[in-house]
Design a protein around this ligand. Structure first.
Ligand code: MTE
Length: 306
């Protein structure tokens, strides 16, 4: 994530129309109930109704979302994941759940997904490096899955791990980060209805470079919290240490909330560049989701808890 040179993308801001149409027909074929566009369950995507900008008109192109990535398991360049992530085998896939919960176990992904209702959520996504996208995810609320494992009252945090297998993820042969990639959330953040586990985007299954088969999406936090290709979920009492904290605790904190008032030690976080645009936009506090999630941080000094 350490920005070594400026992005060189020259794409202009156009939603890929054919894909958008494909997506609309996908939604039709899925039928009512499987995908809730503008769902009443999700305050964050009721943007038009709440008088906020309609994110649908700002969608980042599918091509950009799938070719400009951070997935260090496949290299540190933005185009590396799209080039090299084909070595990851995403089926069969299982997820191990343990720690402070009454129903731990190792579960086949299809069994975990069967009862989950997939919806579409169009979210802003902002990287700490200063670029952003608007992505139509397919997924379900993380909280609805976590509840099934019956976390105990001692579960104050939840922690996720990406697969560790240097044969499938050759970037793990280099010690750019301590592997496996790990991330964590406070339980109330994890249980918040805006927090998603995504299985797809633009109406298609996730490509490997975007974190197939299952990745986290926390729209009010910098992109690095959204851990990809999850194989482990662990409930715990103490705050875990994340991969980026291990790599550089001065620059990356546990909370990692999008906050234009807290500069990264080496650059400002006040503005961002939407991929596909040249102009810079003002970064919004909590990435524009403050109405929904600011309450989680009441009384917390967000300059200290960055
Ligand atoms: N998850 C894993 N396992 N490995 C990574 O390197 N990069 C993070 C996050 N999740 C990363 C990860 C960072 S820095 C960002 S910005 C987002 O994934 C990028 O997601 P995208 O490539 O789908 O846009």
């Amino acid at each position: 994530m350490i920005l070594k040179k400026k992005p060189t993308l020259t794409d202009h801001h156009v939603t890929d129309e054919s894909l958008y149409k494909a997506r609309r027909s996908f939604i039709k074929t899925m039928g009512a109930g499987s995908i809730l566009l503008g769902s009443t369950l999700a305050p964050g995507i009721l943007s038009a109704k709440a008088g906020k900008p309609d994110l649908k008109s700002e969608l980042t192109r599918y091509k950009d979302i799938t070719s400009y990535n951070n997935f260090y398991e496949f290299g540190t360049g933005k185009s590396d994941p799209a080039k090299y992530a084909h070595t990851l085998k995403t089926s069969p896939w299982s997820i191990h759940v343990d720690g402070e919960c009454s129903k731990p176990g190792t579960f086949a992904l299809e069994d975990l997904l069967k009862p989950m209702q997939t919806e579409e959520r169009i979210y802003r996504f902002r990287c700490v490096e200063g670029w952003s996208m608007v992505i139509p995810w397919q997924g379900f609320e993380l909280g609805k899955l976590l509840t099934r494992f019956e976390p105990t009252s001692r579960a104050k945090y939840v922690y996720f791990e990406t697969l560790y297998d240097p044969k499938q993820m050759p970037g793990q042969k280099r010690s750019v980060l301590e592997w496996p990639y790990v991330e964590g959330l406070r339980m109330d953040e994890a249980m918040h209805p805006l927090t998603l586990l995504a299985t797809g985007l633009y109406g298609k299954d996730l490509l490997n470079q975007n974190g197939a088969p299952l990745r986290l999406v926390v729209p009010w936090k910098y992109g690095f919290k959204s851990i990809k290709s999850i194989v482990k979920i662990h409930f715990l009492e103490e705050q875990p240490i994340t991969s980026w904290q291990k790599a550089n605790a001065v620059e990356y904190g546990f909370y990692s909330n999008v906050n234009p008032e807290v500069d990264h030690p080496r650059w400002s976080q006040k503005r961002e560049r939407r991929i596909g645009e040249f102009r810079k936009r003002k970064t919004l506090f909590l990435n524009g989701y403050a109405d929904e999630v600011a309450v989680l941080y009441k009384g917390l000094d967000l300059k200290k808890n960055y």
